[in-house]
Structures are given as structure tokens and as C-alpha cells.
Write a protein that binds this ligand. Structure first.
Ligand code: AMP
Ligand code: GLY
Length: 418
């Protein structure tokens, strides 16, 4: 089978690496891919938003199965387009992807299907938003309705900050169209946890737990990033939460999909806030998380391609999804300055020096004219290792991170500890 992976991050490299292990997969293609994926497959130039271009590539290369990594093409309807031309796809339809593409849509879904979440109000104009603030206490959470590449959620400490945030989003348009509608939300306390699941719309299979580290600095300080590292299993998850997740979060989610006639065949990544052993949904993502996927897929024992095919053909109930007992860590090596401004094009040294038990996924990398691998994004590389314990896997990734050098290299020291 020829498989095409849409995207160019560490998540997509991890998907390519895992699919490559399947005896059913004969060729890996990626669009646009990255230098890491290029070592195991063929990368094609193009934009993940160019749906017609992707359809043309699928037909030209006789692709048997397409895996869609990022949310943008899913929300634009890439799965619908490919399926309408008879092509097999892993990823939800545009309708189902709206669970990530619109905060108001997903809150309405949660409210109608009795899924625990923060109290909220959808507002459609600046005046309406400011008037609605009286119904909330502080801090209040202001969420742009549309996709905003991680910049659409602001926790506002007081009324002045809430008013200025609403003005920026709804009047000044700093997020373009994404902020013309806003969700105001009650601030929840507790600790965050991500729950990733395979679903074919009939059956839902949770994956092993993972802990992301969103802030840039140690001790969970500083601005949010796309994720600075992950460990699996999540060392902070209290015992017995799986049952709570199933009853309070997953069962009503599946009921909701059925009642709303939503065709969801892919991964749902549920952001949760947990307090006193109760979980509330912060958000739905309709795709694999990055860098959660890197650690989770390294623990997958079953054949990922078999699972993806079963999801696509709605036979997930017939697959036994098995996981390894190992601990895994993923350390993100970032460009100095990220998540603010940073330089690109810096040559990366030492990629060939890493030991055999280390897996390095490429995220923000590119080739320069000389064919050298250079930095090309904020999160540059993901250094991963399997181990017998959290300490063991941490030691391996921190040791290996010293072998890879580029000017300005930055990473957190406390992945898995805080
Ligand atoms: P979201 O994209 O909705 O998950 O929001 C991004 C981040 O904002 C989450 O990972 C949380 O850290 C924070 N957040 C979102 N909603 C809330 C809330 N209601 N209460 C507290 N923190 C929140
Ligand atoms: N790691 C967070 C995300 O993928 O959205």
C-alpha cells in the first residue's frame, strides 16, 4: 500500500516512522514532509491548504491511503474531498472537524450532550461581549471561535484585560476572522491532561496517557508554546481515572456523534481539566497532538496501518490495540527566542552521532542549498527514547540532546518532572 501523510511536523515524522514498520505499507509519501521524513519516504512540495493540489497528487501517485496530520486541511474538508473521489482517508469530515474549528460549535455540542465543561457564553459582537462580562468572575477565559494556531485563548485577570482582549479580537481583528465570534468561559482550576483516542464513529479506543509541557520555561513558567516535551505514561494521572473518562467523557461523546450524525473517523484528542477526580472538557482537537503523538506511537505494539484502515472502514471493534509497557520521553529542542522571534537557517550538527536507542523526529527543519539540515521553525527536533522507568528515559533523552548542536538550541530541563 502507498500511504500519503499530509503535514510537516514531528507528529507527521512519528506517524511516518510508525507506518513504515507495517508490512502492509510499501511506500511512504508526504506532502510537504521534512528532512526526517525524507529518510524514509518521498516528500512532495505543496501546501496543506491546497486541497485540489493534494487530490491531484493522490491521483498522480496512485496513493492508496491518505493520513491527514494537521487541523487546517481537516477543517477545510480535505477528508470529504478525497472520499468523494473514492480515496481512502484517515481523518474526520469537515462537519466533525468543526469540533476543533469552532469553539462555539464544540461548546454547543458539549452542552447538548451533557458533557462536563466550563460554563460559557457565545458572543457575536464586541458590545455583546462586554455586556456579558458581568455574568463572569475573574479570571475569565476569552476564546476566539476560529482556528488561531494556539493564540486564540487568553486568560484575563480582570475586567480591563478582558475588555482590551475583546477589543483586539473583535474590533481590531488581530486574529483575522477567527476572533469575530468569541466564547467567554468560566476559569477552571485543577491539572490538565490530554486524552487521545482512535474512533471510527462507532467504537472509541483510548490511547495510553501522555503528559505535555506547554510553557517555555522550567516549572511551567512563561508563555505557552506548541509543546516543549512529553512523557508517557502521564506520571501525574491519578489511579482509576480511566473509568471516569469512559463514563463521563467518552460515552456521551460517542452518543453525541451518533445523535448529530457526525462522521468522525480519525483521532480525537480531548483536552481535560481534572479536579477532585472529576474531569471537564477544555477542548476537542480532531487530530493527533504534537508532541503527544511522538511518545504515544513509540509505545504502540499493534500495526498502526491496520488500526488506521479499520478506523477508515469502521471496523475498529475488530482490532485489538496493544501497547508496550515501556516509558517514553520526548524532548523538544527549540530555536532560541521561541515562542517569540527566532532565526531560521542555522546548520544542525551531530544528527548522525546519536546512539541507536535514540529516535530523533524532525519538526522545524529544512535542507539548505548545500543539502545540510538547518533549523526552519520554533520547535526544531524531538529527541525520544524508550526506557524502563521515567528516570531511565529522561536520562537517555537528556544525554542524547547534548550530541546534537545548533546555535541558540534551547530545551526545558524538567520534562516529566513538573
Ligand atoms: P484550549 O485551546 O481551549 O484548550 O485552551 C488552551 C489552554 O488554555 C488550555 O490548555 C488551558 O491551559 C487554558 N484554558 C482553556 N480553557 C480554560 C478554562 N476554562 N479554565 C482554565 N484554563 C483554560
Ligand atoms: N500539544 C498540543 C497540540 O497538539 O495541540
Amino acid at each position: 500500500m502507498k500511504v500519503l501523510i499530509i503535514g510537516n511536523g514531528g507528529r507527521e515524522h512519528a506517524i511516518a516512522y510508525t507506518l513504515k514498520k507495517s508490512p502492509l505499507v510499501t511506500e511512504i509519501h508526504a506532502m510537504p514532509g521534512n528532512p526526517g521524513i525524507a529518510t524514509i519516504g518521498t516528500c512532495h512540495n505543496g501546501s496543506v491548504e491546497d486541497l485540489e493540489g493534494i487530490l491531484a497528487l493522490v491521483e498522480k501517485e496512485n496513493i492508496d491511503f491518505t493520513v491527514i496530520g494537521p487541523e487546517v486541511p481537516l477543517c477545510l474538508g480535505l477528508a470529504d474531498l478525497l472520499e468523494s473521489h473514492g480515496h481512502k482517508v484517515f481523518g474526520p469530515t469537515k462537519h466533525a472537524a468543526t469540533l476543533e474549528g469552532s469553539k462555539a460549535f464544540s461548546k454547543d455540542f458539549m452542552a447538548r450532550h451533557n458533557i462536563p465543561t466550563a460554563a460559557y457564553k457565545e458572543v457575536n459582537s464586541y458590545d455583546e461581549a462586554v455586556a456579558a462580562l458581568k455574568d463572569f468572575s475573574y479570571p475569565v477565559v476569552v476564546k476566539a471561535d476560529g482556528l488561531a494556531a494556539g493564540k486564540g485563548v487568553v486568560i484575563c485577570e480582570d475586567e480591563a484585560m478582558a475588555v482590551s482582549t475583546l477589543k483586539e479580537m473583535m474590533v481590531d481583528g488581530i486574529l483575522d476572522g477567527a476572533g469575530s465570534k468569541v466564547v467567554l468561559e468560566e476559569f477552571l482550576t485543577g491539572f490538565e491532561c490530554s486524552l487521545l483516542c482512535f474512533t471510527d464513529g462507532k467504537t472509541i479506543v483510548p490511547m495510553v496517557s501522555a503528559k505535555d509541557h506547554k510553557q517555555i520555561f522550567d516549572g511551567n513558567k512563561g508563555p505557552n508554546t506548541g509543546g516543549m516535551g512529553t512523557v508517557s505514561p502521564n506520571p501525574f494521572l491519578p489511579e482509576g481515572m480511566e473509568d471516569v473518562f469512559e463514563k463521563d467523557i467518552l460515552d456521551p461523546f460517542m452518543e453525541g456523534l451518533k445523535k448529530d450524525n457526525m462522521d468522525f473517523r480519525g483521532v480525537v484528542f480531548i483536552g481535560l481539566m481534572i479536579e477532585n477526580n472529576k474531569a471537564k472538557v477544555l477542548e476537542y482537537n480532531v487530530r493527533f497532538g504534537d508532541p503527544e503523538t511522538q511518545v504515544i506511537l513509540l509505545r504502540l505494539e499493534s500495526d498502526l496501518f491496520e488500526i488506521m484502515q479499520a478506523v477508515s472502514s469502521q471496523t475498529l471493534d475488530q482490532v485489538d490495540v496493544k501497547w508496550k509497557e515501556d516509558h517514553v520521553a520526548c524532548l523538544v529542542l527549540a530555536s532560541g527566542g521561541y515562542p517569540g522571534d527566532y532565526e531560521k537557517g542555522i546548520v544542525i550538527h551531530g544528527l548522525d552521532n546519536v546512539k541507536d536507542d535514540i529516535i530523533v523526529f524532525h519538526a522545524g527543519t529544512a535542507f539548505n542549498e548545500k543539502g545540510e539540515v538547518v533549523t526552519n521553525g520554533g520547535r526544531v527536533l524531538n529527541v525520544c527514547a524508550l526506557g524502563t522507568s521515567l528516570e531511565d528515559t529522561r536520562e537517555k533523552v537528556y544525554q542524547a540532546s547534548k550530541d546534537i548542536e545548533f546555535e541558540g538550541k534551547y530545551y526545558r530541563q524538567d520534562i516529566g518532572l513538573n
